[in-house]
Design a protein around this ligand. Structure first.
Ligand SMILES: [Cu+2]
Length: 417
């Protein structure tokens, strides 16, 4: 007997990607039969180390390892939700199975628990697929990656930095890039550089480039990082110039950036209200700014930072720290001042659309808007082509599953303890 299963609201196989947040699903018997049918849903990895999903029959109840459902004889749909099991993300595409028992032979549906992971812990396959997709966006220095560079420049500073909009704007910015990567290879997620821990594997010739250490800021001539010949980034070009200029002010093999970098626990303790977390001495100053200036070279200043793709690993971690903070203090409702503190300026209010995706080129926006709309996703229609500030807050869709942005982090749970 056949059944039909929708993941993320569609039968389309290219939407079979879930993060930890629950994704809407439906199941039914397609042809009318004489009797209702009881089925059991469960999940297991399709291969060693593969992903596992859990089930949500209602948002108010904890997740379950399996779910019993009764499929009506008249073929109508039954709704349920699945999310990745915390701590059991996928390593490869389709390495997780949704299993249906009770309809004759066991039915399995391959899918992927796709979350952003610590770049220092990626498998070779995860790392190489990310590097290849990244390179495809910047082919010969003329791909869509240029639009990201052109958006993050001095004239756009007021739309992206120096206020409460800093975190939402960069959340949209890196989500846009991640979705472009996923158009190249849907199994790719943006990895993060956890900059309060040593991350020796990132700064190697087979990943983001072997990075020389400069002893003091005084002789801080930035050097080109070194790549293996078979690393796609060996052919990285920006502004017709090959290579990536970056030297570290810390020993990348043994330590995280030094003073005044603050640790993850110190970051989470900046305060339980958004204003405390972000402003004055908050996350934008440190650890974010500290991480940027822990290098000489492109990444250390706003107009050139995106020339170095390490930017996106750095900002994925800034976004992750915000996500972890949101989970810890339940700061997920955009309407609460504890979750976001708007200011009366274009691009900073909750209902404002964000530049450059809104295409607005009249003051106080810059007079240019590179890149057009935010990229679509196969798993969610949020935030749409012209994201608003408020769309960036509830990224795991606690208020409604339609709010979810379709990504997550390996160590940021969905469920509250
Ligand atoms: Cu920035």
């Amino acid at each position: 007997m056949a059944i039909e299963i929708e993941i993320n609201g569609t039968l389309n196989a290219n939407a079979r990607y879930v993060a930890y947040a629950p994704s809407p699903c439906r199941i039914r018997l397609p042809g009318a039969t004489t009797e209702d049918l009881k089925v059991q849903l469960s999940s297991r990895p399709a291969q060693d180390g593969g992903g596992v999903v859990v089930f949500y029959s209602s948002r108010n109840e904890p997740s379950k390892e399996s779910l019993e459902l009764t499929l009506p004889a008249d073929g109508s749909w039954v709704a349920f939700e699945i999310g990745g099991k915390f701590g059991s993300p996928s390593v490869n595409d389709k390495d997780s199975l949704l299993v249906v028992n009770g309809v004759g032979n066991e039915i399995t549906l391959p899918l992927m628990v796709r979350v952003r992971k610590n770049a220092n812990n990626l498998t070779q396959g995860e790392r190489d697929r990310f590097l290849e997709a990244l390179f495809q966006l910047n082919l010969a220095g003329t791909g869509i990656y240029q639009d990201f560079r052109k958006s993050h420049v001095e004239p756009s500073n007021a739309q992206a930095h120096g206020g409460p909009h800093f975190l939402p704007w960069h959340r949209a910015f890196i989500l846009d890039l991640e979705r472009e990567l996923q158009l190249v290879d849907p199994s790719v997620s943006l990895p993060y550089w956890r900059f309060d821990e040593p991350a020796p594997k990132i700064f190697q010739a087979d990943f983001m480039g072997q990075t020389r250490q400069v002893p003091t800021p005084d002789n801080a001539r930035a050097d080109l990082v070194v790549f293996n010949i078979d690393n796609p980034l060996a052919a990285w070009v920006t502004d017709d110039l090959p290579g990536i200029r970056r030297s570290a002010r810390f020993d990348t093999l043994t330590s995280p950036p030094g003073f005044p970098m603050i640790s993850q626990s110190e970051t989470l303790a900046l305060g339980d209200e958004y204003a405390e977390f972000t402003q004055r001495e908050g996350i934008e100053r440190s650890p974010h700014a500290s991480a940027h200036v822990s290098f000489t070279g492109s990444i250390s200043s706003v107009p050139t930072a995106v020339k170095d793709p390490l930017f996106f690993l750095l900002h994925a971690n800034v976004d992750r720290l915000w996500a972890l903070w949101q989970w810890l203090y339940k700061r997920i409702n955009p309407q609460e001042l504890e979750s976001y503190t708007p200011q009366d300026r274009d691009g900073l209010r909750l209902a404002d659309t964000m530049w450059p995706w809104n295409g607005i080129v009249t003051p106080p926006r810059p007079d240019f808007a590179p890149g057009g709309w935010l990229a679509d996703s196969t798993v969610t229609s949020t935030p749409g082509k012209t994201p608003k500030v408020e769309d960036m807050i509830d990224f795991q869709g606690y208020e409604t599953s339609t709010a979810r942005l379709g990504y997550g982090y390996d160590d940021v749970p969905y469920e509250f303890i």
